[in-house]
Design a protein around this ligand. Structure first.
Ligand code: ZN
Ligand code: ZN
Length: 382
């Protein structure tokens, strides 16, 4: 864990209590009477506990005017690192109806916000029991708050990015053989290396070679990588520094298995300039869409505007994609603590493509790139 010498590790309990206070303030502003959190990142953000994506109901009931209660299957209650200062526990037995328990805890409160990733069957069951309630997504309360990372979260994101950087360096340094292996084999090795560098989960390891490098979300397959080919590698996972679910890494580096031709060198130089410019533009007070615009103008001026077919970036935290999104139409201004990817790409369909991605945090003293692995086009001839 990369802590600055002389600083104490962030106290997860204190950080979660401070987040809960911010959530309660936001609920008061919005007139939300109770927040109901099930699957998704809001629950671990506030409690450190991630609900299993199973049919049995797990739901934190957080009323605006009372302490929170976690309704959890009795057989999963052992997994909860319970902090009684943050929430009470209500384990439910197999013969109980957990929706009845939630409805009792909600009582006569009417304005409710529920995780958008709760099962529809949970919401429908609650709507049948709480007939006078009005419903909105929990993200209305939590998303803008979760997007702004506290110190504990930035520390966790930095540790995850540093670990991903180490794998990127292994890739660019030729330690991961490419030529003669399938994309799927390389993907598996990148995943294993993410784990070896401390990740507790691999979210994805995209390996797109040759013409597949022009497909941004390519699924690594049986294609065998040849000499003189572009290979786009985009990988990340979750790394836990405190026993919680962990924060995400996400990095893309493009390598070439042999000397690059002039067209690739030129395209990559434009991409590099676009990415670096967008990172520099990600200062506090800049609009998200403006950061996207900086990268897009560089690529468009070089004649490849139509080949940059996705937004410039996405927020990152407990989830690999969350607010804020760096995309035209998002006028949200960056504040200190916003964490997001900056990842322009240029894709020449049927031929080849390239992408370059770092995770960046906006700070009062300027953008901090959490990924520092070399940004050049690496020539890997193994
Ligand atoms: Zn990525
Ligand atoms: Zn990304």
């Amino acid at each position: 864990m990369a802590l600055i010498e002389g600083t104490a590790p962030p106290d997860p309990g204190k950080a979660r209590a401070a987040r809960t206070d911010r959530v309660r303030s936001r609920m008061a502003e919005l007139g939300v009477d109770a927040l109901l959190l099930s699957h998704g990142a809001d629950l671990p953000w506030l409690t450190g506990y991630e609900a299993m994506p199973l049919e049995r109901l797990t739901m934190l009931v957080l009323p605006a005017d009372q302490d929170a209660t976690l309704v959890v299957p009795a057989l999963e209650a052992f997994r909860v690192d319970h902090d009684p200062g943050l929430f009470a526990m209500r384990p439910w037995a197999e013969t109980e109806d957990p929706l009845d328990l939630v409805a009792q805890l909600v009582g006569s409160r009417r304005s409710l916000a529920i995780s958008e990733r709760s099962w529809a069957v949970s919401l429908l069951g609650l709507q049948g029991r709480l007939c006078n309630a009005s419903w909105q997504p929990a993200s209305v309360v939590t998303s803008g708050l979760r997007a702004v990372k506290d110190n504990a979260e930035v520390t966790a994101l930095r540790a995850a990015s540093r670990a991903a950087d180490r794998v990127a360096r292994q890739l660019m340094g030729g330690e991961i053989p490419l030529i003669g292996r399938s994309e799927a084999q390389v993907s598996e090795e990148i995943g294993a290396r993410l784990r070896a560098e401390g990740h507790n989960r691999v979210n994805f390891a995209i390996v797109g070679s040759g013409p597949n490098s022009a497909s941004p979300h390519h699924e690594p397959g049986f294609r065998v990588i040849g000499a003189g080919e572009v290979v786009v590698c985009d990988f990340g996972g979750r790394l836990s520094t405190d026993g919680g679910p962990g924060y995400c890494s996400d990095i893309t580096r493009t390598v070439v298995t042999g000397p690059p031709d002039a067209e690739l060198v030129e395209l990559y130089a434009v991409l590099h300039e676009a990415q670096a410019g967008a990172v520099r533009a990600a200062t506090v007070g800049s609009a998200c869409e403006e950061v996207d615009g900086v990268a897009r103008r560089v690529i468009t001026a070089a004649g490849w505007g139509d080949a940059f077919i996705h937004r410039t970036g996405h927020g990152i935290g407990l989830e690999e994609h969350e607010d804020p999104y760096l995309v035209a139409g998002n006028a949200t201004q960056l504040v200190a603590g916003h964490a997001f990817s900056v990842e322009p790409g240029i894709y020449l369909q049927g031929r080849f493509g390239a992408r370059l991605e770092d995770i960046v945090v906006a700070t009062e003293t300027g953008p901090e790139a959490l990924n520092v692995a070399d940004h050049g086009l690496a020539v890997v001839e193994a």
